[in-house]
Design a protein around this ligand. Structure first.
Ligand SMILES: Nc1ncnc2c1ncn2[C@@H]1O[C@H](COP(=O)(O)OP(=O)(O)O)[C@@H](O)[C@H]1O
Ligand SMILES: [Mg+2]
Length: 229
């Protein structure tokens, strides 16, 4: 089995004369949890977009499930992401006029693999995932996502990332809008469901108090400094 994710000699800049990311090596094993820290503007979201295949590196290699993203066509990268990566965005990116369940099911609309996995025996449906994340799908039925609280939207976004058991769940500072009690509760639920699904978790936060809960931590600025002097 190849590692879930392997990054080698990755370089990326938004402008040719400005290098933002310079990563020698980063690896993530199946089921592992990794906290990615770094100052604002250090390139955390950019790195997540490279891993998700939304962006391509100027040089270097990103392998997801053994496939080198830089060798794939854009449509193939989109398919790989839809099938294998659940993404929780900082602003959640729910469709505001759809209700909670419809937002969760969206992930299956883009991926036959995840649709089939979500309806397999023993798999969690959208309703069951929402319940596990302590939302009541019946109570939320028909309510546009835009009318939900931030904490509720965040849990809908987590359910959408988890449905169909993708191998990798990426979360980009999803707790920054929450108070510390809701944040801890959310993290506990997210860890539980990732573990249940066997998903690796790549979690971005600048919050040092979360560090102990992860298998591994990396600091983005430190890696770049180590490489660039
Ligand atoms: N689409 C873009 N075009 C040009 N520059 C960008 C774009 N997105 C981000 N940047 C720049 O890249 C740097 C890193 O941004 P980002 O990856 O969002 O950092 P972080 O998530 O660590 O706060 C910032 O200087 C930001 O202004
Ligand atoms: Mg960011």
């Amino acid at each position: 089995m190849p590692p879930l994710l392997t990054i080698d000699h990755l370089r990326f800049g938004w402008r040719p004369d400005q290098l933002l990311l310079d990563l020698e090596h980063l690896q993530l094993e199946a089921g592992e949890s990794l906290l990615l820290r770094g100052a604002s503007g250090s390139g955390k979201s950019t790195l997540l977009n490279l891993i998700g295949g939304v962006l391509v590196p100027a040089s270097g290699s990103i392998r997801l499930l053994g496939k080198a993203l830089e060798t794939l066509r854009p449509a193939q990268r989109d398919r790989l992401r839809a099938d294998h990566v659940g993404y929780i965005f900082q602003q959640f990116n729910l469709l505001p006029y759809l209700d909670a369940k419809s937002n969760v099911d969206l992930a299956c609309g883009f991926s036959r693999r995840r649709r089939e996995r979500s309806s397999a025996a023993g798999a969690l449906t959208a309703e069951q995932l929402l319940q596990r994340l302590q939302l009541d799908p019946a109570e939320l039925a028909g309510r546009p996502a835009s009318t939900l609280s931030v904490g509720q939207q965040q849990r809908v976004a987590a359910a959408r990332a988890l449905i169909g058991a993708p191998e990798l769940v990426i979360a980009d500072e999803p707790t920054s809008a929450l108070d510390s009690d809701s944040r801890d509760q959310f993290l506990t639920l997210l860890f539980e469901e990732c573990r249940r699904a066997g998903a690796a978790l790549l979690f971005v936060s600048h919050d040092r108090s979360l560090e102990a809960q992860f298998d591994r931590r990396i600091e983005l600025g430190a890696i770049n400094r180590a490489r660039t002097g």
